[in-house]
Design a protein around this ligand. Structure first.
Ligand code: AGP
Length: 609
């Protein structure tokens, strides 16, 4: 969602800021803006639309050699996307400029209070109130940081923010509560961003702020403190990300690149974690010894969207391999149903970004009630990773496309290792464990084989791209795969897709089957093969086209199209079956001319409710 970039140093700030915004575009936004400070004047340029529109607008004015500034991409929450509502926002005097991610929950009261004091608000945003409030605190404050701290005492809600003061020529003040902020430490220059993607071109030395923390940043360094004005001490850490992790590297778009990276991403997730000798997995980050693992009586996975479906795949794996009850639940619902938190349950919070607000809130609810929660997170240093404190990093590498592919695959691979580990401290035999270890190790090569079938999937996609609706059907292991397949198609192609448990078809949805309703049926070669063949026959008998995704030998002519995946260990079938569905969604979206990496209305990280 919204993105923040800040710079103070010796370079011309505007190009640094605009380039940073470009790198945050993948997060989703609808307007962009920049404010730079030179000779006591804050120059603001902003526009509804894309970063390229902002660049065009900047090109209309004379170049500004300012060396300090802040910039923002906004995803509208309070007020429509417009030039007026775009950030940065200023106070009445034009002294303070603010960019802000998150939501100020008491914005209405704060705005009303300001209006009663005679302040004229020029936007509909919550953020503008912050600019006026900080400006009002300056008179009584010793520093900009103190003024920001004083203003934030009146604020309820979430924020990651950066503040610029006309009278402090090379200083930025930064604060965080619930919305990520990271400082980038350069040589005689400092960067600020809401996401390391905007920084890694300049520096890999970063400082992640904690919730309730502020920082004052100037070209020579930074100092951090809490909202209560206690100094904190933060050393920079080095992020293992390279600038070209965020480049297309010859691919047409990021989704294509990230699908292609799956074999190497899976290999990375497995590296050093498989143990042949004891036929198990090592997940040191869990912080659970064998006794603690044995004490787990139930596992609950929590995530949103695709992460939730990955959790469903994880629950199936845990039940199959460890024989303990497991299920998955959308994290977005969790905190609102006053959940019964069970001390013997291991809760797993799943998130690629580590920023999804609903998942973070579920973790906080769990921790408040004394639940044991671990993270399955891709982004190191992210809010969910830090809130959980322990867990398993996905090691998928940066994922830029809104549609999650390699991170989702690595989630399921990580859950297979977790299930194996839980199984091996119980009754899963060494032989069965070794079979899973071997199957996991073979995954990168098998995924490579599925990806090599790209052209065949493209042909099928072309034939069905103009369908208005599609069903995705699966049983047990195939059911979360069907849900994920439908999700991928919906989000990037805008084709209406619905997933059903195959056996549910005859209880209602079968009425929708006709020649214009293609069904994608997941047919793993497992105990339910005959049942899935029966489902296909029921659809065919009613004239419905069928695309079967399978590793089984199906009767000739049963399905209209067959997309094949290699045979592996049956428990791991969902991982392989998911990949052709990514390709199918991708090629349908491409055929329909969609903006694949940036589907309409969606954001990569959903940091609002
Ligand atoms: C996946 O393709 C979607 N873009 C979306 O459902 C996503 O998985 C969800 O928003 C959760 O994101 P997270 O993994 O970053 O928490």
């Amino acid at each position: 969602m919204c993105g923040i970039v800040g710079y103070t140093g010796t370079r011309e700030a505007t190009p640094v800021l605009v380039e940073g915004l470009h790198r945050l575009e993948y997060r989703g936004y609808d307007s962009a803006g920049v404010a730079v400070l030179r000779r006591g004047k804050v120059g603001v340029t902003k526009t509804a639309g894309r970063v390229r529109d902002l660049r065009d607008r900047l090109a209309e004015s004379p170049p500004n050699p300012a060396t300090v500034g802040i910039a923002h991409t906004r995803w509208a929450t309070h007020g429509e996307p417009s030039d007026r509502n775009a950030h940065p926002h200023l106070d009445t005097e034009g002294r303070i400029a603010v960019v802000h991610n998150g939501i100020i929950e008491n914005a209405e009261q704060l705005r009303a209070r300001l209006t009663a004091r005679g302040v004229e608000l020029v936007s509909e945003t919550d953020t503008e109130a912050l600019a006026h409030m900080i400006a009002a605190e300056l008179a009584a404050a010793d520093s900009l940081e103190d003024a920001v701290r004083a203003a934030l005492r009146h604020v309820e809600g979430t924020y990651g923010l950066v503040v610029l003061d006309r009278t402090r020529p090379d200083e930025l003040v930064v604060a965080r509560n619930g919305s990520p902020i990271v400082l980038g430490v350069g040589d005689g220059e400092m960067f600020v961003a809401s996401d390391v993607a905007a920084l890694v071109h300049h520096t890999q030395r970063v400082v992640f702020l904690d919730d309730g923390e502020l920082a004052t940043v100037h070209p020579g360094g930074y100092r951090t403190s809490t909202l209560e004005a206690r100094r904190t001490s933060k050393e920079p850490t080095t992020v293992e990300l390279a600038a070209d992790d965020y480049e297309l590297g010859g691919h047409s778009d990021f989704m294509r690149k990230e699908m292609a990276e799956q074999p190497e991403a899976v290999a990375r997730a497995l590296r050093g974690r498989l143990d042949d000798r004891f036929a198990t997995a090592h997940l040191g980050g869990l912080g659970l010894d064998p006794m603690a693992l044995r004490a787990v009586r139930r596992v609950k996975f929590l995530g949103c969207g695709s992460a939730y479906y990955a959790g469903q795949m994880g629950a199936t794996l845990v039940e199959e391999l460890a024989r303990i009850p497991a299920d998955a639940e959308p994290a977005s619902e969790f905190r609102y149903r006053d959940p019964v938190v069970d001390p013997d349950t291991l809760y797993v919070a799943i998130s690629q970004s580590g920023e999804t607000l609903d998942t973070l809130a579920a973790v906080q609810e769990l921790r408040r009630k004394g639940g044991r929660v671990i993270g399955a997170v891709n982004v190191v240093g992210s809010a969910i990773a830090r809130e959980c404190g322990s867990g398993v990093f996905l090691h998928a590498g940066p994922e830029v496309s809104v549609a999650s592919t390699k991170a989702l695959t690595n989630m399921t691979v990580s859950f297979a290792m977790l299930a194996l580990l839980l199984g091996r401290v119980r009754d899963l035999s060494a032989a069965a464990g070794l079979r899973v270890v071997t199957g996991l190790r073979a995954l990168p090569e098998r995924i490579e084989e599925v990806l090599a079938d790209d052209e065949r999937v493209r042909e099928v996609a072309k034939r069905y791209a103009h369908a208005r609706h599609m069903f995705f059907l699966g049983r047990v292991r195939g059911w979360p795969v069907a849900r994920e397949g439908a999700q991928k198609l919906k989000e990037i192609s805008y084709v209406h897709a619905e997933a059903y448990q195959a056996a549910e078809l005859k209880h209602g949805p079968l009425a929708l089957i006709d020649a214009d309703m293609p069904s994608v049926v997941l047919v793993p070669d497992d105990d339910l093969l005959a049942k899935n063949i029966g489902t296909i026959e029921q659809i065919k008998a009613r004239g419905g086209p069928v695309i079967a995704v399978t590793n089984a030998e199906l009767p000739a002519g049963l399905a209209d199209e067959v997309l094949r995946v290699p045979r592996g260990e049956p428990e791991l079938d969902p991982i392989l079956l998911t990949v052709p569905l990514q390709l199918l969604a991708y090629h349908i979206a491409a055929e329909l001319g969609r903006d694949i990496d940036k589907p309409r209305n969606l954001a990569k990280s959903v940091t609002v409710e």
